[in-house]
Design a binder for this molecule. Structure first.
Ligand code: ISL
Ligand code: CA
Length: 540
């Protein structure tokens, strides 16, 4: 339709599987996931059919934000293993033909980073200017809650931290900072990694003079800060100095982006990053946002991003990740069969004109966990939320309820390898999500009707017929329908999903289209004229 030539670029063809290293697999029996555990688990990712593995941070870190607070960009954190373990992981990935993508938090470092420590001990030295200092704070609030500025003991000035107070924002205006980060990325690319996911890259360029924000609360602040005046300049530098020198992919995390801003960043005529993922879904954490889960809105997000980027540049599709409650908790319905919900959601996001990102456990239909005491929370954001609620006079129970509703811990529980758990021989660092039956890899690999089997089938579809399922034009046929999601891919691909608990008739026009096609996959009760609760059918 668009005259687009299918392009064999690997990061368009392959799907991404995101690993949360602390929780994937513990090989040395200390209760925390590690690199050797990941090496052992790669064959399971291969079996699923993903081709790129993005690992959340593994660099040296005091772990206040589980690695998004980095204290050494060229070191593996000892909790996860050694450089030799990482090289073994890369070797296994090569053997299995999997690409490894690392996660780098380049907007900020831990205050334990030697640069920040030098900035404190020698305020007139070169490292002071690696960070952002003011004598008086402005009105910005941290994304995690509380002021975005803190004054170190014995210091005269405040440093900026858009996230936790242990995550000091780097001063990207300083060319030495940029060189350090580019050098660190080259260090890992030279060792054979295939790219980076760039944490909150859209906020590295701050507005000149750091003016007060009209609305300083966390989320509006994000929108204000995204896409600062020098962002494009620095992304072009990064492309030239790093990414263009390797066969690699650069994936930006894009809070605050709309399709126009994103399109500029992935525009093939002026390339900065290869892909950038938006926050339309990431922003929707269910009860934290207090928004209803509106099917028409959900569908419109896919449509607006396909229209906004389409084949001019390339979309990525991130619906769930380590920062959110579980997919089926955010976009399900409390009463439905969770495995049907998981399959229906898979059919919405795995077959888009985009590179899909699968977050570990979503391919099993893993649900939110149960948290009954504040001691069970690990997430620094949730603890801050709890503390702030208490300081505002909320009871313990109210404060806990607020934290449980938003905590990122739901997505971070240990990966269920077997019905008994199988993550570690020791007590895991975070209490596992209760397995109510069959939500584990071993059970699902043995069951041809499992969520895992459904994910695998859709990924296989994608790789067997890229003309249709990867590059084919996208069209939502029923954008206004309150429950049905029916979309077309290319000339012959058709996906029908019922995103609700009530059976719905398929409109005659859709039934007619199906008559010339073959049904490739089905879940729930679905026919050419009727879609049962949370059913799915895929035709070509
Ligand atoms: O979690 C969010 C939405 O639910 C976000 O607003 C989140 O702060 C945003 O996605 C940025 O996240 C990234 O950077 C953070 C880190 O804590 C997250 O884990 C990471 O994904 C700071 O480095
Ligand atoms: Ca371990």
């Amino acid at each position: 339709m668009s005259g687009h030539e299918p392009d064999e670029t690997w990061w368009k063809i392959r799907s991404v599987y995101q690993i949360y290293p602390r929780s994937y697999r513990d090989a040395n029996g200390d209760g925390i996931g590690d690199l050797t555990g990941i090496t052992q688990g790669l064959s399971a990712i291969k079996a699923l059919g993903a081709g790129i593995v993005w690992m959340s941070p593994i660099f040296r870190s005091p772990m206040a934000d589980n690695g998004y607070d980095m204290s050494g960009y060229r070191e593996i954190d000892p909790l996860f293993g050694t450089l030799a373990d990482f090289e073994a992981l890369l070797a296994e990935a090569r053997r299995l033909d999997l690409k490894i993508v690392l996660d780098i938090a380049l907007n900020h470092t831990s205050i334990d980073h030697p640069w920040f420590q030098a900035a404190l001990s020698d305020p007139t030295g070169p490292y002071r200017d690696y960070y952002i200092w003011r004598d008086e704070p402005n009105n910005w609030q941290s994304i995690f809650g509380g002021p975005a500025w803190s004054k170190p003991d014995g210091d005269d000035a405040y440093y900026l931290h858009l996230f936790d107070k242990t995550q000091a924002d780097l001063n990207w205006e300083n060319p030495a900072v940029r060189e350090e980060i580019y050098g660190a990325m080259r260090f890992w690319l030279d060792r054979g990694v295939s790219g980076f996911r760039l944490d909150v890259v859209t906020v590295i360029s701050k507005p000149p003079g750091l003016p007060d924000a009209p609305d300083p609360r966390p989320m509006p602040l994000y929108d204000l800060l995204a896409g600062g005046p020098r962002l494009h300049e620095w992304l072009r530098d990064m492309r030239r100095e790093v990414f263009d020198l390797y066969d690699c992919v650069a994936i930006g995390e894009g809070p605050g982006l709309n399709p126009e801003r994103a399109a500029a960043i992935v525009n093939p005529a002026d390339p900065m990053l290869h892909m950038i993922y938006h926050f339309d879904f990431v922003d929707h954490n269910g009860s934290r946002q207090g928004r209803d889960w509106d099917r028409v809105w959900f569908k419109s997000v896919f449509d607006r991003w396909d229209k906004g980027i389409g084949s001019n540049g390339w979309n990525s599709c991130v619906v769930g990740n380590h920062d959110l409650r579980r997919l089926i908790a955010r976009f399900g319905d409390g009463n439905a069969d969770p495995s049907l919900v998981a399959k229906a959601l898979a059919a919405t996001y795995l077959l888009q004109r985009a590179t899909p990102f699968i977050y570990q456990g979503d391919e099993l239909g893993l649900s939110d966990t149960t948290i009954t005491a504040v001691e069970e929370l690990d997430d620094v954001w949730a603890k801050t939320t709890y503390g702030l609620a208490r300081s505002k006079g909320h009871t313990e129970a109210e404060a806990l309820a607020k934290a449980v509703a938003m905590t990122r811990d739901h997505a971070r529980t240990p990966y269920p390898w077997t019905p008994e758990g199988g993550f570690s021989l020791a007590t895991p660092w975070l209490k596992p999500t209760p397995n109510l039956g069959g939500v584990d890899l071993a059970s699902q690999q043995a069951d041809s009707h499992s969520v895992w089997a459904f994910y695998r089938a859709l990924l296989e579809l994608r790789s067997k017929n890229p003309e249709t399922w990867i590059f084919g034009a996208y069209e939502d046929l029923l954008p206004a329908h309150e429950s049905l999601f029916v979309y077309r891919r290319g000339a012959r691909g058709l996906v029908c999903v019922n995103l609700g608990g009530k059976a719905c008739a398929l409109p005659g026009a859709v039934t007619q289209l199906l008559s010339g096609l073959t049904c490739l996959h089905r879940s729930g009760v679905a026919s050419t004229s009727l879609m049962g609760a949370w059913s799915t059918q895929i035709w070509a």
